[in-house]
Design a protein around this ligand. Structure first.
Ligand code: AR6
Length: 166
């Protein structure tokens, strides 16, 4: 299992092997963290994303980091919250699992996650954060040494802090 760190701020500023993007099924950009990543990475990220032909919810795809400090971007698509009975928990777990697996397959050592689905997609952060933490803790031996949870706002930070007892 990689060690877990907590960081409050902008994920686009992190010099890690991969930052994870909370994207949508098109992988062609959007608002929130997705928009910030595309702005910071520059237009070649979109060119590379076009060739990926989208991504299913819960799955993940990897690109280069282009102008980012991060070497790679792992794009995953979280579930849209619709009350909790549409497999949202399982799909969110898959986002973390598949992103970690992709990082390990590429021999990466460090990865940073935003709080997937808890912005525009409306997944309650109190329910999402324990899922995120559980998936990192359940991830076995691999090249991954460090996973960073990046919280943009202090409310999200508080939830993670409590769960991680930091
Ligand atoms: N760094 C880290 N976290 C951020 C940043 C940033 N620069 N900007 C926002 N966040 P969201 P979702 C936080 O809405 O809910 C996009 O349009 C934000 O405060 O970005 O998975 C996509 O194209 C929140 O805590 O992602 C999809 O259409 C978290 O990131 C849709 O939004 C996730 O919020 C995906 O929605």
């Amino acid at each position: 299992m990689p060690s877990i760190e907590l960081y409050q701020g902008d994920i686009t500023q992190l010099a890690v092997d991969a930052i994870v993007n909370a994207a949508n099924n098109s992988l062609l950009g959007g608002g929130g963290v997705d928009g910030a990543i595309h702005r910071a990475a520059g237009p070649d990220l979109l060119v590379e994303c076009r060739a990926l032909k989208g991504c299913e919810t819960g799955q993940a795809k990897i690109t280069k980091g282009h102008r980012l400090k991060a070497k790679h971007v792992i794009h995953t698509v979280g579930p849209v919250w619709s009350g909790g009975s549409r497999n949202e928990d399982e799909l969110l777990s898959l986002c973390y699992k598949n992103s970690l697996q992709l990082a390990a397959q590429n021999g990466l050592h460090s990865i940073a996650f935003p709080s997937i689905s808890t912005g525009v997609y409306g997944f309650p952060v109190e329910r999402a954060a324990p899922i995120a933490v559980r998936e990192i803790r359940n991830f076995g031996e691999s090249s991954l040494e460090k996973a960073i949870f990046v919280c943009f706002d202090s409310a999200t930070m508080d939830v993670y802090r409590k769960i991680l007892k930091l």
